[in-house]
Design a protein around this ligand. Structure first.
Ligand SMILES: C[S@@+](CC[C@H](N)C(=O)[O-])C[C@H]1O[C@@H](n2cnc3c(N)ncnc32)[C@H](O)[C@@H]1O
Length: 237
């Protein structure tokens, strides 16, 4: 998989991409990730990427010409071009799974008051990280890159089975409570069923716990029949 991130703050990704599972995935050749500085496509010496919005209003908007040239320089015919915006489809594990099957992802990090509307015609997916407003698209893109790369074959130990059992995995439920050593800590014991060695019983316990936890905390997931909804852009561009 190839990932391009177009941003005015490429430095923000340096530490993030250089650590942990992501950096290992890059070094192992599972994914090629590049940051592209939007300012390289500016037309003036000051490398301006924004301008005042028509009809007034506070703040600045990102220019369509700069964004169009950056996207056209980076995208391939098979690329998914993903715009970060509070107006996008809510990002879910299903979106991450969908993106993990792409050959090439191009993520667009907006800033200031956002991006000129005319850039949307180049976009295949519009994604929101939640009902709140961030300063820029870099944090949503970091979250998406992380959640997509960990789904790529060979990136996590345990393979597809590891992610299928997690929250929002195959059954769409939250993961059941988990325990590690010591078996008793400050009087709190690990449930017997997990230490008895009967894998069938432990599995049945986990399933019941997952259903119970999800019913209490996220009944919306149960109402959807344990299947999560989300991802993509079902609106006309
Ligand atoms: C300050 S925000 C712009 C908000 C915009 N004026 C609005 O009211 O919807 C700047 C950029 O941050 C990113 N952003 C902010 N909140 C986001 C969210 N919840 N999900 C995805 N991207 C977000 C987008 O790229 C956006 O263009």
């Amino acid at each position: 998989m190839r990932i391009d991130i177009i941003t005015v703050f490429p430095e923000m990704f340096r530490g993030f991409l250089g650590e942990s599972i992501l950096s290992r995935a890059v070094r192992a050749g599972k994914v090629f990730i590049r940051t592209v500085d939007l300012r390289d496509f500016a037309r003036d010496q000051r490398r301006t990427v924004d301008d005042k919005p028509y009809s007034g209003g506070p703040g600045m908007l990102m220019r369509p010409d700069v964004w169009t040239e950056a996207i056209e320089a980076v995208r391939t015919p098979e690329a998914r071009v993903v715009l970060t915006t509070p107006a996008g489809a809510p990002y879910t594990q299903r979106t991450a799974e969908d993106f993990s099957r792409a050959e090439h992802l191009v993520f667009l990090c907006g800033h200031y008051e956002g991006i000129d509307e005319r850039v949307r015609r180049l976009v295949t997916d519009e994604v929101s990280m939640g009902d709140f407003v961030l300063t820029g698209g870099e944090i949503p893109v970091a979250a998406m890159v992380d959640s997509v790369v960990r789904l790529l074959p060979g990136v996590l130990g345990g393979g597809a089975a590891a992610t299928a059992r997690e929250s929002f995995g195959e059954d769409g439920l939250l993961e059941s409570p988990q325990y590690t050593r010591p078996p008793v800590y400050r009087g709190l014991a690990v449930p017997d069923v997990l230490v008895d060695g009967d894998h069938g019983k432990a599995e049945a316990w986990r399933k019941r716990q997952a259903i119970d936890l999800t019913s209490r905390r996220r009944p919306d997931l149960i109402e959807r029949g344990g299947t999560l909804v989300g991802g993509g852009n079902d609106e006309e561009n």
